[in-house]
Design a protein around this ligand. Structure first.
Ligand SMILES: [Ca+2]
Length: 180
């Protein structure tokens, strides 16, 4: 009886360690995938330049200030080239602090595999969002369940005539080093 009890206890501990190990492994692998900011340091382009900034919206530094700004025009846009096809999980858009933050509320998100044909994957439709030092957090666009998550280019475009300016844009996903 004592031997059986010891054996049972051993099985329970072993199963517990097994579960903990599996949880740690799964958790670690999902973090590795979703926490890679694929936009970091990648080439960007925008529809026009109102002013040039030394800071960049893809340098990983969130300041609450503008890091790019277009001229006032119809449907201005900004885009980043991830330089290969990647499976995206999430796009995080940090607005600038102050009254001009509302300009970005009409932002749409478009994606393209080759930079020629674009598919709209998200319409923000005027919903307020913030960023560093603001009550509201950044705009988070879920891409993990999008049928268009495999992409190379990500474009942000206003639905209206205005100036497009933001602080930081992060594009998370599975890093496809082999390219595609
Ligand atoms: Ca920045």
């Amino acid at each position: 009886m004592l031997a059986f009890a010891k054996y049972s206890a051993f099985l329970i501990v072993a199963a517990g360690l097994g579960f903990a190990g599996t949880y740690w492994f799964l958790n670690k692998s999902s973090q590795d995938i979703s926490l890679t900011n694929l936009a970091l340091g990648k080439p960007t382009l925008q529809s026009s330049y109102h002013k040039r900034y030394k800071s960049s919206p893809v340098d990983g530094r969130i300041t609450g200030k503008n890091s790019f700004i277009t001229k006032k025009e119809n449907r201005p846009w900004w885009q980043v080239d991830l330089q290969a096809l990647h499976e995206l999980s999430q796009i995080k858009i940090y607005n600038v602090k102050g009254k001009y933050s509302k300009r970005a509320f009409s932002v749409d998100v478009l994606v393209s595999q080759h930079g020629d044909e674009w598919t709209t994957v998200y319409l923000n439709k005027g919903v307020p969002f913030g960023g560093k030092g603001m009550k509201m957090g950044p705009l988070i666009v879920d891409m993990a369940n999008s049928e268009h998550r495999l992409t190379r280019y990500v474009r942000l475009q206003l639905a209206k005539k205005n100036m497009l300016h933001l602080d930081e844009v992060m594009v998370f996903g599975k890093n496809n080093r082999a390219g595609g």
